[in-house]
Design a protein around this ligand. Structure first.
Ligand code: ATP
Ligand code: MG
Length: 313
């Protein structure tokens, strides 16, 4: 009943409430949950680079002090010694290996690395979509490692946005309904103008009534971005948010992301394979074999490309 009540206004047909409940469940499983007023703070990324990264070179153990103490806000998200294993026995894959990193509030960090290096796993663990096998995950200083499913769902609805590598749009809903879904899940008022505005900001005001199968890959990606932005989450996790976009659309999305950080103090952690996209962020961390192998602060696209090439050599 709660689900159909939360989705009032959509339920025009008696059977639709059941569909809404199903959509609700699927959406929660897919991590569509959201927003609170953004945290404010300044840029600082800390990490510990594990030995053995950078193409066989022994990388130094990097640790930048995370500012702590009265008056200093905790990092928006922090991973402490996080490992994530898949499978068991001979088939075990260590996707993340003792990763420690803090994403300060109000910063934009790009995560790069070869395919399979653990970038998506890092985002999923940080967002509580996957459980760490070891280590701790903290959200604004609060340890969420042992949080129950319900608590994690509430946290995601309340504080996070997620753009999935595979978009994860709900196929039966229009672009507009996909975008409003997180607001409805959080039982927040949905204003038509707010939704139109966010769809217009990604250049899709004329595609409001289209379903995902009627949209191109790049258009679906932009709906997913609009959905992740609409509730102004304190932390936005974006897994290759420009991967399917042409360069003009990518520039538009990057401008939006910069606005979220600069004007609203939101925190962004973004995976990308594109050095030019990574150079739009405040800093870049490089993963290799599940470990943090390198980092760069405000690098040029050229520097990013060089470091990446070294990593992949
Ligand atoms: N559910 C899973 N079961 C088993 N292994 C998994 C699972 N998810 C990821 N892996 C493995 O963990 C490693 C890291 O995967 P991950 O998806 O994080 O990589 P990635 O850096 O995001 O790669 P890409 O750039 O291709 O998206 C890979 O070796 C992958 O095969
Ligand atoms: Mg990935």
């Amino acid at each position: 009943m709660a689900a159909s009540a939360g989705l009032q206004g959509w339920a025009v047909h008696p059977g639709y409430a059941a569909v809404c409940r199903l959509v609700w469940t699927v959406a929660d499983r897919r991590g569509v949950g959201f927003a609170q007023p953004p945290a404010r703070g300044r840029a600082l990324v800390t990490w510990r680079a594990a030995a053995g990264g950078m193409g066989g070179m022994t990388a130094p153990q990097h640790t930048e002090a995370v500012p702590r103490g009265p008056g200093l806000s905790a990092p928006a998200v922090e991973l402490r010694g996080v490992s994530r294993d898949y499978g068991s026995g001979q088939a075990r894959v260590r996707a993340l290996d003792d990763v420690s990193i803090a994403f300060a509030a109000g910063t934009w960090t790009a995560v790069m690395g070869p395919s399979g290096s653990g970038k998506s796993t890092l985002l999923h663990c940080a967002a509580g979509l996957e459980r760490a096998s070891a280590g701790q995950v903290l959200l604004s200083g609060e340890d969420i490692t042992a949080a129950g499913e319900q608590e994690l769902t509430e946290l995601r609805r309340g504080r996070m946005g997620f753009v999935f590598q595979s978009f994860n749009l709900i196929g039966s809903l229009t672009a507009e309904q996909n975008v409003t879904l997180p607001l409805r899940l959080a039982r927040r008022r949905v204003s038509g103008s707010q939704v139109r505005e966010v769809l217009a900001s990604v250049g899709l005001e004329d595609r409001r009534r289209h379903r995902p199968r009627e949209l191109s890959g790049g258009q679906q990606q932009r709906v997913a971005i609009a959905r992740a932005m609409v509730t102004r989450p304190a932390v936005l996790f974006a897994d290759e948010p420009t991967g399917a976009l042409d360069s003009a659309s990518a520039r538009q999305v990057l401008r939006l992301l910069r606005g979220m950080v600069a004007e609203a103090g939101q925190t962004i952690v973004m995976v990308t394979h594109d050095p030019a996209v990574a150079a739009s962020a405040d800093s870049v961390v490089f993963l290799s074999d599940g470990r943090i192998a390198d980092r760069a602060t405000a690098p040029s696209a050229h520097e990013v490309a060089e470091r990446l090439a070294r990593l992949e050599a």
